[in-house]
Design a binder for this molecule. Structure first.
Ligand SMILES: [Zn+2]
Length: 318
């Protein structure tokens, strides 16, 4: 096993400060209540590409739910993602909750949240059953901001997701918008390019440690980390381009289950924290971490077994 770095890592400090903030809370089981406690996001997130964006919800694309679909003569302004009421809806990127409430982008999409990401870029989340952020609050990429629902004009529960550039009138296709930022809105693995930064990069760095390369955990996907990933790709017979994407992730992630210790556990804890788990990054898969895995699986309609395997990993880092 590769040895762990001392407690001075950025991710560990952040974990400790969250622990202090949430002192005494049963963090895993209490994850439902933690939507408001995510770390502040960066308002300039829109200027970043890969690594700064996250899939807003797990589900499937219903027929007729695509961008531009004919809705009685009006083109559909977003992409629908269908799942059951209560499915977690996450911030696609860091920023600020610009508007939260009924009809904030027209009553047809019911309870909605508009997030502002800087650079005249906005994302919108409609038909929500519950808000987990308040207007004006800062959000981080992947933070749990609301629950899927049926408010507004719907035939069943789904998320109506919109992406806007150049101001709120600049509607663009969410699928291509997110793909350009390394996110598969269909729920596949993300693609993290050299130069990316953020907590998902910290997770990659912990996984690389688990795979035997002792990287500094700084959340910066710079030359040293990229070189290590290229070597790892070569060793696995993959194309060594340094991009952590759909072919590299399955080789890189490791199953995390109760009682395990090590850098793969730290990676999972870091990834769970992107999704508002509020865990201490201690590398120990004890009851609190297992509970956080189960909560994440439950609100994303995955098999709830408390084991962070490939499907859970894909949802966490997607
Ligand atoms: Zn829609």
């Amino acid at each position: 096993m590769p040895d762990d770095r001392p407690d001075t890592d950025a991710a560990e400090r952040r974990g400790l400060s969250r622990r202090a903030m949430l002192s005494g809370t049963a963090m895993g089981a209490g994850a439902l209540a933690l939507g408001l406690l995510g770390t502040p996001g960066t308002a300039s997130a829109a200027s970043l590409k890969n690594g700064a964006w996250r899939n807003p919800a797990l589900g499937y694309f219903p027929s007729g739910g695509h961008f531009g679909a004919d809705r009685g003569g009006v083109p559909h302004a977003g992409q629908d993602v269908t799942n059951s009421t209560g499915t977690a809806v996450y911030a696609a990127a860091g920023g600020r909750a610009y508007r939260v409430g009924w009809g904030v982008l027209g009553g047809r999409t019911g309870n909605g949240i508009i997030l502002f990401h800087g650079n005249s870029t906005y994302t919108y989340y409609g038909h929500l059953s519950r808000f987990r952020v308040s207007e004006g609050s800062r959000v981080s990429a992947g933070e749990w901001i609301g629950d899927m629902g049926t408010t507004g004009n719907v035939t069943g529960p789904h998320l109506h997701f919109e992406t806007h550039t150049g101001g709120l009138n600049g509607i663009v296709d969410p699928v291509s918008f997110m793909r350009a930022r390394g996110v598969d809105l269909g729920g596949g693995w993300s693609s993290i390019d050299p130069g990316a930064s953020g907590e998902v990069v910290e997770a990659i760095q912990y996984l690389m440690r688990y795979r035997g390369t002792n990287l500094v955990i700084d959340g910066d996907y710079g030359p040293v980390s990229v070189s290590a990933v290229k070597s790892f790709q070569s060793s696995r017979g993959l194309y060594a381009d340094g991009q952590v994407g759909p072919k590299t992730w399955p080789e890189l992630v490791a199953t995390v289950r109760s009682g395990r210790n090590g850098n793969h556990v730290k990676a999972a804890q870091t990834a769970l924290n992107i999704r508002s788990a509020g865990l201490l990054i201690d590398g120990d898969c004890g009851s609190v971490t297992v509970s956080a895995i189960r909560s994440f699986q439950d609100v994303n309609r995955l098999v709830v077994d408390g084991v962070c395997g490939p499907l859970t990993w894909r949802a966490l880092v997607g």
